[in-house]
Write a protein that binds this ligand. Sequence first.
Ligand SMILES: Nc1nc2c(ncn2[C@@H]2O[C@H](COP(=O)(O)OP(=O)(O)OP(=O)(O)O)[C@@H](O)[C@H]2O)c(=O)[nH]1
Ligand SMILES: [Mg+2]
Length: 803
Amino acid sequence: MLLRRALSRTCRAKSLRLTGPAAVSSWQQLAPRTVAAQCQRTATPTTGFVSRRMASTAAAEAVAEEAAEAAEAAPTVPLTDADRQRLNFQRNIGVSAHIDSGKTTLTERILFYTGRIREIHEVRGRDSVGAKMDSMDLEREKGITIQSAATFCDWEATDAIDGSKQRYAINIIDTPGHVDFTIEVERALRVLDGAILVLCAVAGVQSQTTTVDRQMRRYGVPRISFVNKMDRPGANPWRIVQQIRSKLRIPAAAVQVPIGTEDQFRGVVDLVHWRAIYNEGHKGSDVVISQEIPAEVLELATQKRQELVEQLAEVDEEIGDLVLLDETPSNVQIAEAVRRSTIGLKFSPVFMGSAIKNTGIQPLLDGVCDYMPNPSEKEVLAIDMKNAATGTNTSASATPDVPLVPAAAAPLVGLAFKLEEGRFGQLTYMRVYQGTLKKSMQIWNVRTGKKVKVPRLVKMHSNEMEEVDAIGPGEICAMFGVECSSGDTFTDGTTQYSMTNMFVPDPVISLSIKPKGNETPNFSRALNRFQKEDPTFKVHIDHESKETIISGMGELHLEIYVERMRREYNTDCVTGKPRVAFRETITRRAEFTYTHKKQTGGAGQYAKVSGFIEPMEVDPETGKDIAFENVVMGGNIPSNFIPAIEKGFYEALEKGTLSGNAISGVRFVLKDGAFHAVDSSELAFRLAAIGAFREAFKLAAPIILEPVMTVEVVAPGEFQSQVIGGLNTRRGTIVDSEVRDDEFTAVAEVALNEMFGYSNQLRGSTQGKGEFSMEYKLHQPVLPNLQKDLEEAYRKTLPQVKK
Ligand SMILES: Nc1nc2c(ncn2[C@@H]2O[C@H](COP(=O)(O)OP(=O)(O)OP(=O)(O)O)[C@@H](O)[C@H]2O)c(=O)[nH]1
Ligand SMILES: [Mg+2]
């Protein structure tokens, strides 16, 4: 406890200073606001401990000073001692990583050691029960996680300094690794305060590790790295630490050293507190701590502790100063620095273990309590829609600037981050950011302005639920019977605070679908449900062919939904060939001046808009490459018509004129226009924007883009030339390759259009021993001959213009 109290105090004393190498600052550049805010937040006093343990006047003064500071930082409702006491022992963490790295297996151990489940069941285990968090039949059959699952548990953490025990409440979300289900990771990380990044001790940083890392940066999520599968032959945690530094560009260092290798792996040396930790007894439940470091790892441990201090010196001022003075930091100082720099997004401590062999999991849980932020240590900002609505800003363009405080007495603000349609109606997962959500309470949906009552409130334990009466701030829960969309914000009606939306990637693949035999209402019921639950799954009717088209993140994504229609809705379907989701964009700026005018008897329609469109790159922070800007001066267009023009622009983007695919990478700048007191309307301005955009689009040298994927292949070394050859024939560019003992990895960039049938080819050329994963990288212009073919094919589908 002393440790954690001291930590918060030291961070307050130190201002944030970037002392690290280029790698550090490049990591920070991605979330500078969050970093600064978090260090400031780390200052939040842990009065709960302080009042219990410090009696001196000086200490009391310090507490008062800290409370004053906290009140300043949180102008609304300040945290009370009771809030702090609760929040200090609350953690919300995600488990995220590449496919098959052992996230669900790890979570199963966490549930077992915390007493949430009585027995351990393995993913694809022989007992055919399956892991708790993979509750869907399809997940158990395929041995993969498809949906993220939430649970909660209590962990009695051991304080490393004084050995006291303290109970922590931990909410955990186990996420899928397959990139097809990436939205599940996205929304989990959107609402979590910290994460465990799991890595395989042999394969290390893989393609989806990089994706997950990007998602963590997007939401400023601090992460502990966990090198799992230490029991595997060829396990090498030091190579993985190196990869975290070089490939993910995060300063990282091991905080443990393994005792025994491969099948002899039996524990870890805790480098921070200089002690050995072994797992013994039934399923490793007995944690044996010894102050004696085994002789065979003593030298390595000494060297790795030194490396840890050196890494910390790069990112932490206090350790940096000590190292400069040639002083050796104490255990407490090292622990403080690890926590400070992890929460400050400057460092990732690396833990190691083997989930399957039940080794090293309890120390990881202690690490979550020691080094992950509590909910008050992560800055959360909301948009005040009252302000946003009065300006010309829409919710999409407003910047969040209202800090939320996880005080139980503050006005409620919660985010619905995930929906599930269940037998008892809609289940809505909520993260409560401030205030208290109570059963039977009236809450307001900020987007729709509708008031609803909360009929039932539950805490999720995978697919089971536990009824609760109230949920405090900083917690995760689910509500039953509240209709809403994913991403909606709820308040108690006293504020109009709205949380920003999460990043939703565009679908890359689509296919036509129709029910076998006659269409029943179940067909559209299922599609509606899936679409509501999953924002990366889209359904539309192709007006030319009249087919129902479903689009998603990959073949597996769509395959799972087709299978779920059969199982859950009794609807067998026939699907067409998967097709790539092409896009259109512009390559140069084009001006527009467009008047929409119509006179049909009564009131006419009149709207004039002028401005320009220009190419736009993806904004690395928001992931957006479409923007609407309004710079109209002097009221030439009344501000109430501006949203209609924005709407028209977005409508025009839905279908490009070259190939009928959606348009992206465009900024629309509205400079001027004119209106008529009687004939102007929202409709007229919307149509004017569409007309203006279409005209300008033709002049802006439009092109067709195709999705290019990062493909990662892992196969035994002897097949290397066949695999590389196969990727080359698909016009792939090899960007990275690595040969390990008897296995190699090749990473290539290949157009998705060239990837159909690759799994069969790979199986054939590697005797079934090769595996691959694929992730969307970017859209690139198609080759001229393909552009010609696509344009021609699209022209043929259009109604013929009479001569
Ligand atoms: N050797 C070894 N195998 C492990 C370990 N942990 C998990 N596995 C195995 O790795 C496979 C994948 O485990 P999961 O827990 O399903 O992995 P995951 O990361 O949840 O997978 P997805 O959710 O589908 O991405 C299973 O066959 C596990 O038995 C470990 O520590 N050592
Ligand atoms: Mg899993």
